[in-house]
Ligand binder design. Structure first.
Ligand code: F6P
Length: 320
């Protein structure tokens, strides 16, 4: 393959820029021509793209967000939108496409591969860690680290006032951000969409911790369950301790990527281009047990994410 393009799509994630850099630099290393499509699939449909040079990706490895910008594109769900996207690629002589994004973005990539024969490689870029086929997605580690900074600060003030903090984190329908943020911050309770919660048990755990000398409690609630405000109201209605709610929101989507996310970005981007260079498309790249791998895109999008119950039990055993 001599000419490829890449786009970032869906919610941005820290590490996307580092990954754009890895894709562009690997392509240039192999003497390939590479285009950066702006505003995700919308830019592909509207033929909005820039030719990427060596210096187009300078000084971005450390930056959050995505230099190519991103969008959630409803037109890509329509036949007309898909045909316009394919026409753009044909017109420009682009032979392969790299898509950095989450579940919705992968479905777009799968459609282009399956229905239009465009060799496409998906790179998992989302803070949610909700793609079943890979252990980690790009941006998850940084988002959780951002949450840890915030929860550390909340712990200080909650302990001073002997309060309960309910912290709402993102993740869409997946509880991984809450699970990892909860365990790593020493939160006493996490509430995730994958497991029904029992308010009596939560109150029992809070009371037990206070009886054992604790002066504050942190409850991490995944947005897929309900809002932090709603949950805080429920907790407040059955306890005499003072409860405060904090929604971390989009803060967890920004910021400089962590070492882990930069490493993932470099390896995912490099692998994606090597596949295209070898004429291989219709794949996604991922990481499993510390090994970078690729697999069929249709198989990957059809896999169902499994919740890590063992980690959830770990929290129950060590945080009280
Ligand atoms: O998929 C990433 C994510 O941040 C989710 O965790 C969240 O539910 C959603 O995007 C928020 O979307 P938006 O930025 O469009 O409000």
């Amino acid at each position: 393959m001599k000419r490829i393009a890449l786009l970032t799509s869906g919610g941005d994630a820290p590490g996307m820029n580092a990954c754009i850099r890895a894709v562009v630099r690997t392509a240039l290393y192999y003497g390939m021509d590479v285009y950066g499509i702006e505003r995700g699939y919308q830019g592909l449909i509207d033929d909005q793209m820039v030719h990427m040079e060596m210096r187009s990706v300078s000084d971005i490895v450390q930056r959050g967000g995505t230099k190519l910008r991103t969008a959630r594109c409803l037109d890509m769900l329509t036949k007309d939108g898909q045909k316009r996207a394919v026409a753009t690629l044909d017109k420009r002589g682009i032979e392969g496409l790299v898509v950095i994004g989450g579940d919705g973005s992968f479905r777009g990539a799968k459609t282009l591969s399956e229905n239009y024969g465009i060799p496409t490689i998906g790179i998992p870029g989302t803070i949610d860690n909700d793609l079943a086929y890979t252990d980690y997605t790009l941006g998850f580690d940084t988002a959780v680290n951002t949450n840890l900074d915030i929860i550390n600060k909340l712990r200080d003030t909650m302990t001073s006032h002997e309060r309960i903090s309910v912290v709402e984190v993102m993740g869409r329908h997946c509880g991984d951000i809450a699970l990892y943020s909860g365990i790593a911050s020493g939160a006493e309770i996490i509430v995730v969409p994958e497991i029904d919660y029992d308010m009596e048990d939560i109150v029992m755990r809070i009371n037990r911790s206070r009886a054992n000398g604790k002066h504050s409690n942190i409850i991490v609630v995944a947005e897929g369950v309900c809002t932090g405000d709603e949950f805080a109201r429920k907790v407040q209605s059955i306890t005499t301790y003072s409860v405060r709610a904090t929604c971390i929101g989009h803060i967890q989507r920004g910021g400089s990527p962590s070492m882990s996310d930069r490493m993932l970005a470099a390896q995912f981007g490099n692998k994606a281009v090597r596949l295209l260079r070898d004429g291989i498309g219709n794949r996604v790249v991922g990481i499993h047990k510390n090994e970078i791998f690729d697999m069929d895109i249709i198989e990957a999008v059809n896999m169902k994410k499994k919740f890590n119950y063992e980690l959830y039990e770990t929290l129950q055993m060590i945080s009280y």
